[in-house]
Write a protein that binds this ligand. Structure first.
Ligand code: AAO
Length: 493
C-alpha cells in the first residue's frame, strides 16, 4: 500500500535545493544559515569516468565537498588492488584511466561542486625484486626507474637483515627502511624532492585541489614539509599517519602543513557501538589521542582498515550507517565517508574488463542492502539514504555546538543546539528515547529514513518517517539498529 507523503511547507525549498546541492559556500534559508559542505568521500578503486558520473549524479547533489580517489600514477601490473600503491613512473596512466580522463574528471567534479583529492604515493616505488614493465609500458627494476630514479635516490637503511622495517619503535627504521619491501625514496635528497614536487604540481595542473600523502609516517615530517612547501597556497595536504601506540612517529608532527587522518576516531567509536554503550566525548573540543579538530580528517573505515582493524564496516549494514551518522552529526574534525566494493579476499581487485581496466557502474541512490552484495559489487555507501540525509542534517547543524547526550537502555542521542537532533539504538531491543531539544514543537521528517527532505524536488516524507517534538523533548521510537535524525528545516506544517 502506498504510504501517505507529507510535504514540507518551505517557500525557500527550491532555493535551498539548489544551494544545498551545489553550494561551495554557506547559504541562508529563511532566517537559517546553513553551513558550507565539508564532508569528503573516498571512492576506492573507481575509474575516473565513473568518478565523474558520481560527482554529477550523486556527490554534488548530496552535498559532498570533496572526493579522494585512488592513486593515479602508472603502477606495476597485477590483479590485486594494491598494485596501485607500487609506482613505476609518474605518468598519469593506470587501469583507473588515462590522463585525459583524469583531467575530464576533475573538471566535471568541480562543475558539480566537488573537489578532487589525489592519492600521492611518494614514499616509495615498487616492492618487486625482479625487473618488469609497468601498466603504461615503462621498464623498471627495484631501484631503477629510467628517467626518474636511480639506486642512489633510495634509502638502503642497513638496519635490518633485508632493509625492511622490523620495529615501529625505531624512528630511523620507520623512516629509512622499507615498508613491506617497497623501495624507499631518500626524501632528504633535493633531487628526489624536486621530482616528487614536479609530480604533485602535475596533479594540480590536472585540476586536483589537494593530495593524500600515502605512508606519510615513513617520510620525515620535515621532508614532507619541504616538498609541499613549494606547492601553491591553499593546496590541501592530507597525511596518512596511522597512530601507533608507543611509536616515536606521531601524527602531530604532520599538522603544521596540513591535515592528518585521525585513526583514533574510529577506534573510539566502533567498540562503543559494538558494546551498545555510547558516551559523550569531551565536549570542550579536545579529545585524547586526537590531533586538533581543525587538523583531523575522521572516518569510520578506509581501504586498509576495512581489511584489518576496522571495528565496523559495510558488512555491518545498519550499524555501519549508524557509525557514519554519528560521525557526520559530530562537531569534531572533517569527516570522510568510505565507499568501496564488497570482497572476501583481502587482495582482490575491483572488477576489470578484458583489457584489465577497472569498470564500475554509477550507483543508484537508495537504501543499503549489504546482504545482497556479491564480491566486486560496489557498496555505494555514499548514495545510501541515511548518508545523504545526514549530509543535509550536518549543513543545517552548521556550527551549532554538540550538547551533552542522553541515554536510555541501549539508546543514545544528542542535539546540535537549536538545529538538529540525532538518536541511535545499537542494541537488540526496541527502545524509546526522549532527547531534550529547543526545536519548536511539531512533527519532523526523519532524514535517515526519508533522505534529504529539503534539497529534494518535492520536499517531504512519509507518515512513518516522522518524529514528534513536544514541550522541549524529541521522542524517538527506535527499532534495533535504527538511527533517526531531525533538523530544524524538516518540520512539517
Ligand atoms: C603488497 C603485499 C606485500 C608486499 C608488497 C611489495 O601485500 O606482501 O611485500 O606488496 O610487493 C598497500 C597494501 C599492501 C601492499 C602495498 C603495496 O596494504 O598489502 O603490499 O599496498 O602494494 C603501515 C603504514 C601505512 C600503510 C599500511 C598498510 O604505516 O602507511 O602499513 N598504509 C598505506 C596505504 C596502503 C598501502 C601502503 C601504504 C603502501 O593506505 O594501502 O599498502 O603504499 C601499525 C603501524 C602502521 C602500519 C600498520 C600495518 O598499525 O602503526 O603504521 O601501517 O601497523 O603494518 C593497531 C595498532 C596500530 C597498527 C594497526 C595495524 O590498531 O594500534 O599501530 O593495529 O592495523
Amino acid at each position: 500500500m502506498p504510504r501517505p507523503i507529507r510535504r514540507l511547507a518551505l517557500a525557500a525549498a527550491g532555493a535551498l535545493a539548489a544551494s544545498l546541492a551545489l553550494g561551495g559556500c554557506s547559504a541562508t534559508i529563511g532566517t537559517v544559515e546553513v553551513g558550507p559542505p565539508d564532508v569528503g568521500v573516498q571512492l576506492f578503486q573507481l575509474p575516473w569516468t565513473t568518478v565523474a558520473q558520481e560527482c554529477e549524479q550523486n556527490l554534488g547533489p548530496a552535498g559532498f565537498a570533496w572526493v579522494l580517489v585512488s592513486p593515479a600514477q602508472e603502477s606495476v601490473t597485477g590483479d590485486e588492488w594494491w598494485t596501485s600503491y607500487q609506482p613505476v613512473s609518474y605518468r598519469v596512466e593506470s587501469r583507473l584511466g588515462t590522463r585525459a580522463e583524469f583531467a575530464d574528471m576533475t573538471a566535471r567534479c568541480r562543475e558539480a561542486g566537488v573537489a578532487v583529492i589525489a592519492d600521492a604515493v611518494v614514499n616509495h616505488m615498487t616492492g618487486q625484486d625482479a625487473a618488469g614493465t609497468g601498466w603504461a609500458g615503462s621498464a623498471y627494476d627495484h631501484y631503477s626507474y629510467p628517467g626518474l630514479y636511480a639506486p642512489e635516490d633510495f634509502h638502503h637503511c642497513g638496519l635490518t637483515p633485508n632493509d625492511d622495517i622490523a620495529d615501529y619503535g625505531s624512528r630511523e627504521q620507520v623512516q629509512t627502511c622499507e615498508l613491506v619491501n617497497l623501495a624507499d625514496l631518500d626524501t632528504s635528497s633535493p633531487a628526489v624532492r624536486e621530482r616528487i614536487g614536479a609530480y604533485l604540481d602535475d596533479l594540480l595542473s590536472l585540476g586536483v585541489a589537494g593530495v593524500r600523502i600515502d605512508a606519510a609516517k615513513h617520510i620525515a615530517a620535515a621532508d614532507v614539509a619541504a616538498i609541499v612547501g613549494g606547492l601553491p597556497a591553499g593546496t590541501r595536504i592530507l597525511s596518512e599517519v596511522i597512530r601507533g601506540g608507543g611509536e616515536p612517529v606521531q601524527p602531530e608532527e604532520y599538522t603544521s602543513f596540513g591535515e592528518v587522518f585521525e585513526f583514533t576516531y574510529a577506534r573510539d567509536l566502533a567498540p562503543q557501538l559494538r558494546a551498545g554503550v555510547l558516551t559523550d566525548p569531551d565536549l570542550s573540543g579536545e579529545r585524547p589521542l586526537h590531533v586538533p579538530s581543525d587538523r583531523a580528517v575522521v572516518f569510520v573505515d578506509n581501504h586498509d582498515t576495512e581489511r584489518g582493524e576496522a571495528g565496523v564496516t559495510y558488512r555491518d549494514g545498519d550499524l555501519y550507517a549508524m557509525a557514519n551518522a554519528l560521525m557526520l552529526a559530530d562537531d569534531f574534525g572533517t569527516p570522510v565517508v568510505y565507499s568501496g566494493y564488497a570482497f572476501t579476499d583481502r587482495d582482490a581487485g575491483a572488477p576489470v574488463d578484458a583489457d584489465g581496466r577497472v569498470v564500475a557502474p554509477v550507483c543508484a541512490a537508495g537504501d543499503a542492502e549489504v546482504s545482497a552484495l556479491a564480491d566486486g559489487d560496489r557498496t555505494c555507501v555514499h548514495a545510501w539514504t541515511a548518508i545523504r540525509g545526514m549530509l543535509e542534517w550536518r549543513r543545517v547543524a552548521a556550527s551549532a555546538p554538540r550538547l551533552p547526550g542522553v541515554d536510555d537502555g541501549d539508546a543514545y542521542g544528542f542535539e546540535r543546539e537549536g538545529r538538529a537532533v540525532v538518536a541511535v539504538n545499537p542494541g537488540a531491543d526496541e527502545e524509546r528515547l526522549a532527547v531534550p531539544t529547543t526545536l519548536p514543537d511539531g512533527r519532523y521528517c526523519d532524514v535517515v529514513r526519508a533522505g534529504p527532505v529539503v534539497a529534494d524536488t518535492a520536499p517531504g516524507c512519509a507518515d512513518d518517517e516522522t518524529v514528534e517534538v513536544a514541550g522541549g523533548s524529541a521522542s524517538f521510537a527506535l527499532a534495533p539498529g535504527q538511527t533517526s535524525a531531525i533538523h530544524s528545516l524538516a518540520r512539517l506544517p
